[in-house]
Design a protein around this ligand. Structure first.
Ligand SMILES: [Mg+2]
Length: 177
């Protein structure tokens, strides 16, 4: 059913909490990641030193990475190029085109790839409906643009609905979202 497509396989505080060794052990070799509020704040113009270190670590561990963002090229390239990471801008998530393109670029299957992002209606929905293992992170930013705020209001509604029906697996342990 539709709402189960909004439930990520894993929910972590930030990308830095993703257990890369565990992913590798599960056969994952590629990471499709969102940019804004996933890797850095939507209004931060450059990568943080922490992000630079993490990307280096991810590559050293042998993962392929593609940044897949709905934002425009000027924004996405400014972050991705200095990091030396390929990107797809104006990805129109949750549609499938950019996800397919990313796996083709990495020459990996859906099963070998995870999708990481901060939004249910773009990253999680887009990843889940194609069968990717999907990791939701807590948004990095404190303030959001208008459309993201609207999206978040809908996310809260959907999460409340799912919580009532016991559909939120990560709440089984600690009662927090
Ligand atoms: Mg985002």
């Amino acid at each position: 059913m539709f709402l189960s497509l909004l439930v990520p396989d894993l929910h972590v505080e930030s990308v830095y909490d993703i257990d890369l060794k565990q992913l590798k052990a599960r056969g994952v070799r590629g990471i499709i990641t969102d940019l804004d509020n996933t890797l850095i704040e939507w209004d931060r113009p450059d990568a943080t030193p922490e992000l630079v270190r993490w990307m280096k670590e991810v590559k050293e561990q042998g993962f392929s990475v593609v940044i897949v963002s709905n934002n425009k090229q000027t924004r996405v390239s400014k972050i991705a190029e200095p990091l030396g990471v390929p990107y797809i801008h104006q990805a129109k998530k949750p549609t499938q085109t950019a996800f397919r393109k990313a796996t083709r670029q990495m020459k990996l299957s859906v099963e070998e790839t995870v999708v990481v992002g901060d939004q249910l209606f773009t990253d999680v929905l887009g990843g889940r409906r194609m069968g990717f293992y999907t990791i939701l992170v807590v948004p990095v930013a404190r303030s959001d643009g208008f459309f993201t705020r609207v999206n978040r209001a809908m996310e809260r509604l959907a999460l409340g609905w799912m919580r009532k029906r016991g559909m939120i697996p990560w709440e089984d342990n600690n009662g927090q979202t």
